[in-house]
Design a protein around this ligand. Structure first.
Ligand code: MTE
Length: 315
């Protein structure tokens, strides 16, 4: 993702590289927002949900038996560019994200478009799903999410026969997100799935982590989780879901089309143009300490979605 520019790549090819040069601007913007928060503009309301606990959450047969990372690992090392490009920026700045009131609009090619208040979504039957998360940057974690299958929403809005893909649009709050003042990516961060991928039982919307409401830096109040794809497919802080006919152009594909594709299935046989995907470091390890497995180890459940497709071409 945001990697310092190697000498052999022209600056024009890497949108993200000049962000490093704009770090000072980001820090200034973040500082100004902090003053606003201290003055009472956003404090309180934004943090009201942090740390709220869930009880009696059902366990899921889809969970891995691998040991989850600690809460500190999961909530302290994040990618959430709306709050900055360093791994500790989201934990430092996302506290101000306003997560109430929050609605998710579901629209497009559906018979029954609907706007859900977050309170309604929190009443869906929630489960714990312990999933591996593999970032395209070659680090990974094991995360005990709390959430529900996306297909529950889809069944309520009834997609039309023209709905072939689903777009996930995430929040843009310039008053709380210093990162959206910089052109790191095109905002809002939009992700997308083919409709059969979205309807797959492994695809969830997460509202919690361990026994708590999702920390803001992890995508509060609701984020997507697609465990067999690179982490960037999992859009954070979702506000709009659109069922569409055409394959959407996703945030990273727009930023660097030669590096990121729509499918983004975890695949050790398809290297990123600038690094190998063969191995990964399972945090908190410092060096790569394991082999990456195709579809992040979920091949038994999802490989059939791609039968007959050339995974090197549709990367
Ligand atoms: N969603 C939004 N809105 N903005 C982002 O920058 N980063 C993505 C994804 N979702 C991102 C996002 C990337 S690159 C990854 S690897 C995962 O979130 C990281 O999720 P985590 O920080 O909870 O581990």
């Amino acid at each position: 993702m945001l990697i310092r520019r190697p000498d052999d790549i022209a600056p024009s090819e890497i949108t993200a590289s000049d962000v490093y040069r704009r770090r000072r601007e980001f820090v200034q913007a973040a500082g100004m927002l902090a003053l606003g928060a201290a003055a009472g503009a956003f404090a309180g309301r934004s943090q009201a949900q942090q740390g709220v606990k869930f009880a009696g959450i059902a366990k899921s047969a889809f969970s891995t038996s691998e040991k989850p990372n600690t809460f500190k690992d999961i909530a302290g090392y994040n990618n959430f560019y709306e709050f900055g490009t360093d791994k500790d920026d989201p934990a430092a700045y996302a506290g101000r994200l306003r997560t109430r009131p929050w609605t998710v609009v579901v629209e497009g090619e559906v018979h029954k478009p609907r706007t859900f208040a977050i309170e309604e979504l929190l009443k869906f039957p929630l489960e714990e799903r312990i999933y591996r998360l593999r970032c395209v940057e070659a680090w990974s974690m094991v995360i005990p999410w709390i959430g529900f299958e996306f297909n529950r929403i889809a069944r309520l809005v009834e997609p039309t026969s023209r709905a072939k893909f689903v777009e996930f649009h995430t929040a843009v709050q310039p008053e709380t997100m210093p990162g959206v003042r910089l052109p790191v990516l095109e905002w809002p961060y939009v992700e997308g799935l083919r409709i059969d991928e979205a309807m797959h039982p492994l695809t969830i919307l997460s509202v919690g982590l361990y026994d708590q409401v999702l920390p803001n830096q992890c995508g509060a109040p609701i984020r997507l989780v697609v465990p067999w794809k690179y982490g960037f497919k999992s859009g954070k802080s979702i506000v709009r879901i659109r069922f569409v006919e055409k394959q959407p152009r996703i945030a990273w594909e727009k930023a660097a089309p030669h590096e990121y594709g729509f499918y983004s299935n975890v695949n050790p046989n398809v290297d990123h143009p600038r690094w190998s995907q063969r191995r990964e470091k399972r945090l908190p390890a410092f060096f790569a300490n394991r082999e990456t497995v195709i579809f992040n180890g979920y091949g038994e459940q999802v490989a059939k979605l791609y039968a007959g497709m050339d995974l090197k071409k549709f990367y």
